[in-house]
Structures are given as C-alpha cells and as structure tokens.
Design a protein. Structure first.
Length: 111
C-alpha cells in the first residue's frame, strides 16, 4: 500500500486519508469503518489488514496508530440500518461517516 500511495504525493497532495471497514462478513452486528491520516514520512510495515493480525498485534498497532496519526475518524452503522440499506451501502455509509468524523482537511482518500 505504501508504494501505491507514494505515487499520489505531490505539491498539491500532502494529506492522504486511508479508510477501510470491518464487519462486512458477519451475519449480525454493525459495520465499522475507520479513516486515518498518518504523516507522509510515517512507515510501519507491520500495519496490515486487521483480519491478518493477532489480537495482541492489533492492540499494539492501535496504540501506535493513535499516537502517530494526524487525524482519526470512526463510523458505525448498526444492524437495523444494514437490513434497511444492504451491507454494501452500509459499508459505504460507515466509511463516509468515518471521514466526516475525522474533522480534518485532506487532499485524497484511498479505500
């Protein structure tokens, strides 16, 4: 992912938001998304898809991300809303809410 985002940085693009969701697979429960802006020079190769990490590693990386992030936003869409609008639209809504909840300017979003 770092190689991918590097191609977007330029004079106009300095703050890139990474946004992703969790919870699209379960049959019950909410879908949750997070939007994060990390400093351009920040590198941590351990950060990966949360489903590929142990619980202990996720907790360690959560703390590190929160300590280093320029901005973080969370979006949650509950199960009744998922039933109303479908999981795809609920995931999109959660991601949009996460971006809005960051309350920070940005130049580009990568999902």
């Amino acid at each position: 992912m770092l190689d991918y985002q590097e191609q977007f940085y330029n004079e106009e693009i300095n703050l890139i938001v990474g946004v992703d969701e969790a919870g699209r697979g379960p049959l019950a429960g909410p879908v949750v998304a997070s939007a994060v802006i990390l400093p351009r020079a920040y590198i941590n190769n351990e950060i990966n898809d949360s489903k590929q990490l142990s619980e202990k590693k996720r907790e360690k990386l959560y703390k590190e991300i929160m300590e280093n992030a320029i901005a973080v936003g969370i979006g949650i869409v509950d199960a009744p809303t998922i039933d109303e609008i479908n999981i795809y639209e609920a995931a999109r809504l959660a991601m949009n809410n996460a971006i809005e909840n960051m309350k920070h300017d940005f130049d580009l979003i990568l999902t």
